[in-house]
Design a binder for this molecule. Structure first.
Ligand code: CIR
Length: 253
């Protein structure tokens, strides 16, 4: 069960953020409305949400998930592969300090973004993407080991982050898209394949029995409902334009 979440208000400079989506520029006012509804959805799932202030110097800073990994046993600051995002780490540290007495960090010159990390019970699958490299992943696995947690590296080649194409919904259920559907590392899961035209919904989020699903993907929504989950749609169009999925907008712990 999760009880808390951290989110960060989108900044106006979000319009200048990194993106490969080719969906045009986001509308800042709509992004703020969507962000507020995202907070509402987290609260409806029973989470106490702390909203951190916007950071104009960091266009992607509302995507807080990438800069830290929060587990029940420990908090680990990451080291983003995207150079423009590295300065976000010190800011998330200030917020995490209030909840975790001791904070671990990636100290080597390896890189990890936590959008590449999927938690499955006490195990953490770490995608090797353009943002996360083997050196960073190895250091992360060593840190997890100190807390009796395990990790494994997942080869990938097509997606921005691991969780762009994968979401663990608990109970062995896994949403998969693209290269992840047939990936050997995930064969033992009950895999629910998301269609190409609904690929964005492969990043959905389980929170305490409810699954948050991006709005506008009816087949994915129906497939998740068929599994027996309560669902809550959240409009995400403006964040989708920036390659940001539902999971990226919060740290849940
Ligand atoms: C970036 O490229 O870093 C941002 N435009 C999007 C980050 C999205 N984060 C995620 O998928 N975990």
């Amino acid at each position: 069960m999760f009880t808390k979440a951290l989110v960060r208000t989108p900044c106006r400079s979000i319009l200048k953020g990194l993106t490969q989506a080719n969906l045009g520029l986001p509308n800042f006012d709509i992004a703020c409305e969507q962000h507020q509804d995202y907070i509402n959805a987290l609260q409806e799932c029973g989470l106490q949400v702390t909203e951190l202030p916007a950071l104009e110097d960091y266009p992607a800073s509302c995507f807080v998930e990438d800069v830290a990994l929060l587990t029940p046993q420990c908090a680990i600051l990451t080291s983003p592969g995207a150079e423009s995002r590295r300065g976000e780490v010190q800011h998330i540290e200030e917020a995490i300090k209030l909840f975790y007495p001791k904070i671990e960090r990636i100290n080597s010159n390896g890189h990890v973004e936590a959008g590449d990390i999927m938690m499955v019970d006490n195990h953490f699958c770490i995608g090797l993407s353009e943002r996360t490299d083997p050196k960073g992943a190895a250091e992360l696995i060593a840190i997890l080991g100190k807390y009796n947690l395990t990790g494994s590296m997942v080869e990938m080649s097509e997606l921005l982050h691991l969780k762009t194409g994968l979401s663990y919904l608990e109970d062995n259920n896994l949403l998969t898209f693209g290269e992840m559907h047939s990936h050997p590392d995930f064969k033992s899961f009950n895999r629910i394949q998301i269609d190409k035209e609904e690929d964005y919904a492969a990043n959905s989020v389980w929170i305490n029995g409810t699954v948050l699903v991006p709005k506008g993907f009816p087949k994915a929504l129906n497939a998740i409902k068929q599994l027996g989950y309560k669902t809550r749609e959240v409009a995400m169009s403006e964040f989708q334009k920036l390659d940001g999925g539902l999971s990226c907008l919060s740290l849940r712990f």
